[in-house]
Ligand binder design. Structure first.
Ligand SMILES: Cc1cc2nc3c(=O)[nH]c(=O)nc-3n(C[C@H](O)[C@H](O)[C@H](O)COP(=O)(O)O)c2cc1C
Length: 299
C-alpha cells in the first residue's frame, strides 16, 4: 500500500492545528473593557465554546459578569492581534507568566489600536474593525481535564449563547440576508502559535447542498438581526448576572428554558454539549437517534 509507512509517531508539544482567532471583550471589575485574543473556539448551533485559562482576566470577567463579545478579526487585523499577545488585563502577573514575557496592560483597545463600539445586549464593547462581532451571555462553564490532578482547574470550556450578531456588509452573501459569503469572509487563523490567512476555496463542497436554516426570531432588519431564540429573554443593556435573575449567590445566569421537540425526551438536558461527548455516554432520544440534530448546523 502506497501510504503504509507514511506516518511516523511524534509527541507534539502542543495540538494547535489551526482555529480562528477571537478577540474576546469583557468588562473588568473597575468598569473598563478588557480585550484578549484566544483561538480555542468552535461553534455549535447558536453557541460558542471557548477554551480559556482559568486564571486569565477574561475568564474571571466572564464568570463574574456572564457577558462577552466575540469579535472575529480578519487577516487584516493580524497586527492588532499581535499587539495584544503577551498582555493581560490582570494586574497581578504571576511569576511564571512574567518569565514568559507577559505584562499587565490596562488599555487593551489603545494597545491594539482598535476602536470600541457600544454593544446592545451586553456591557462589553464590540470591536469596530472586526468584520464579525457576536454579543453573548454565559450559559455554562465546563471543567476541562478534571480527570488529571496536575491539570485540573486550569482550563475551562465556557459555553456562551450568541444573542446578537453584527457583520460588515462586505462579508454578507449577495442573495440571502441570513448568509455570510465564505469567499468574502477571511478569518484570521492561529496555527501552532503563528497567524495565518485562509487560501482560496479548495473545491465546492457537497455539504453546502444542504440548506442551512435559522431558528431564531431573525428580524428583517439587515443591520440588527435579532438572534434571540424563541422562549428566551435577552438581558437588559447593562444587565449583569445578578441583576438579570441569575441564580442567587452563584454568580451564574439563569439557564434558558429548554424547548422540547418531538424527538427530544424530558431527560435530554445534556443535548447542548452532546456533540462534545464520546459516543458511549451519549443517550438515545425517543427517535432512537444519538442526541438531536443541531438547530441550524448542516453537518
Ligand atoms: C493568537 C492567540 C491565541 C490565543 N489563544 C488562547 C486560547 O485559546 N485560550 C487561552 O486561554 N489563551 C489564549 N491566548 C493567550 C491569551 O491571550 C492570554 O492568556 C492573555 O493573557 C489573556 O488576556 P487576559 O488575561 O487579559 O484575559 C492566545 C493568545 C494569542 C495571541
Amino acid at each position: 500500500m502506497e501510504y503504509e509507512n507514511s506516518h511516523t509517531q511524534m509527541a507534539p508539544s502542543i495540538l494547535y492545528w489551526g482555529t480562528p482567532v477571537v478577540l474576546l471583550s469583557t468588562e473588568n471589575p473597575d468598569g473598563t473593557a478588557n480585550l484578549a485574543p484566544m483561538s480555542s473556539a468552535f461553534w455549535l448551533g447558536r453557541r460558542g465554546v471557548l477554551g480559556l485559562g482559568a486564571g486569565s482576566q477574561t475568564a474571571r470577567n466572564l464568570r463574574r459578569t456572564g457577558e462577552c463579545v466575540l469579535n472575529l478579526p480578519s487577516d487584516e487585523q493580524a497586527d492588532a492581534v499581535d499587539r495584544l499577545a503577551l498582555t493581560t488585563g490582570n494586574p497581578c502577573v504571576s511569576a511564571v507568566r512574567a518569565t514568559r514575557g507577559y505584562r499587565y496592560e490596562p488599555d487593551k483597545f489603545g494597545t491594539a489600536r482598535l476602536t470600541p463600539l457600544p454593544s446592545e445586549t451586553v456591557t462589553p464593547p464590540r470591536v469596530a474593525e472586526c468584520p464579525v462581532a457576536m454579543e453573548a451571555t454565559l450559559a455554562a462553564a465546563h471543567p476541562v481535564a478534571a480527570d488529571n490532578d496536575r491539570e485540573s482547574g486550569k482550563i475551562v470550556a465556557f459555553e456562551v449563547l450568541v444573542r446578537r450578531v453584527w457583520v460588515h456588509d462586505e462579508i454578507r452573501a449577495a442573495d440571502r440576508a441570513d448568509h455570510v459569503d465564505p469567499d468574502a469572509w477571511r478569518p484570521l487563523i492561529m496555527s501552532f502559535q503563528q497567524l495565518y490567512r485562509l487560501g482560496p476555496r479548495a473545491r465546492s463542497s457537497r455539504l453546502a447542498t444542504i440548506p442551512s436554516t435559522s431558528t431564531g426570531t431573525a428580524s428583517t432588519s439587515r443591520s440588527r438581526p435579532d438572534l434571540e431564540a424563541p422562549g428566551t429573554v435577552a438581558p437588559p443593556r447593562s444587565g449583569r448576572v445578578s441583576r438579570t435573575g441569575g441564580t442567587p449567590g452563584t454568580g451564574w445566569p439563569t439557564r434558558p428554558p429548554i424547548r422540547r421537540g418531538a424527538c427530544q425526551s424530558a431527560g435530554d438536558r445534556r443535548t447542548s454539549i452532546l456533540p462534545m461527548l464520546p459516543p458511549r455516554i451519549m443517550s438515545r432520544n425517543a427517535c432512537g437517534a444519538l442526541g438531536r440534530p443541531s438547530a441550524n448546523v448542516s453537518r
